[in-house]
Design a binder for this molecule. Sequence first.
Ligand code: HAM
Length: 418
Amino acid sequence: MYRAPRGTADILPEEQAYWRYVEAKAAEACQLYGYQRLDTPLFEEAALFTRSIGEGTDIVTKEMYVFKDRSGKALALRPEGTAPVCRAYIEHGMDNLPQPVKLYYLAPAFRYERPQAGRYRQHHQFGCEAIGDADPALDAEVIHLACQFFTSLGLRGITVQLNSIGCRACRPAYVKALKEHYQERAGDICPDCKTRLEKNPLRLLDCKREECQQVADSSPRSTDYLCADCRSHFRAVTEYLQSLTLPFSLNHRLVRGLDYYTRTVFEVQPLAGGAQSALGGGGRYDDLIEQLGGKPAPAVGFAAGMDRVVLSLKKQGIAVPPLPSPGVFIAHLGNEAKTEAVKLAASLRAQGIGVVMATGDRSLKAQLRQADSLSAGYAIIIGDEEIKERKLTLRNMVSGEQQRLSAAELREALQRAA
Ligand code: HAM
């Protein structure tokens, strides 16, 4: 028996209302903040991700789905959405448009991770990217958009964590101090952190192992090493957030798992969040467009994990609007009635009325049971008597009330009910 690959899941019909709700709220938030949708391919040249996310990151070294196509080109399933958006910005000359260019996406992403609750090998992101502007007001606006999205869904207890990791001018001094701090305590840290110390020192701060907590907590803070420009940028971001009365907490251990970030980084945690629970995260990436071959264009963005959002909606017992059910079910008895049913279904659909027609030769009772389970508002019944009288029976599935009507009367009644 085949099963969905480990770490992936089918989104079954009964789950769809949650997903449509989240997508609608995402589109609504983007409309409010002036973002336009961009869809990029599911796969890209693998090098696009290696260059942007960073060669030493977990995503690139352990998690990316890389494959060769028949011409031998190395491609990768998209592990995240920022790099493809930047690639599209450069490819389509969007630097000629008024800046910033604000784009959003709803797209699956693929990472070969160890699956657990809220962590999958195929997950879905809602992401926003504002490219071409270094204004700290834009950082605050992106964080505000993220919070507006989560709260518009009805989620409670959302918290924002914020940090600044500086720029290429000031970060080296910070990384040096961080490495020295860890080198002095090399005997106290886990084997993974010993590797991180060599390969990706910022990620030391992310370690969840018990033995590393004290070393990480007592480590130097990136905000103490910011150059004058980064310091005033960060101060401005926090002031804008305060003027929006958007609560946030500074977390000097927040570094994020992708190398392209500069200055502002942030994460949104749900109520009672655990280690792997971020609902979303983002930050600035002022050098990425240039690194990918475009003209320098500072940028900021964020992405939310939609799978985790759906889990949180369920956990918090938030009801979502049900999806529309078919308005009408057609039940029939006998061959002649079935032909009438086929024609009637087509003519009602042509008028924009959703119809499910019974198939097979089940009893009227069984057919009406099906109408019930589909939550159809009305059932139309066609039997011998209806054929003889050239009429149809319309049954209100909620009240059980029935009327015998001509085709024209039926159309009118359904239009009135719509
Ligand atoms: P990220 O933090 O790697 O950032 O992913 C964004 C969000 O996607 C996470 O906060 C989480 O909710 C969700 N997510 C990530 N991996 C998984 C997984 N394996 N299973 C379920 N959910 C997951 C980025 O990808 C950046 N591109 C965000 C960004 C946009 N930064 C600037 N612009």
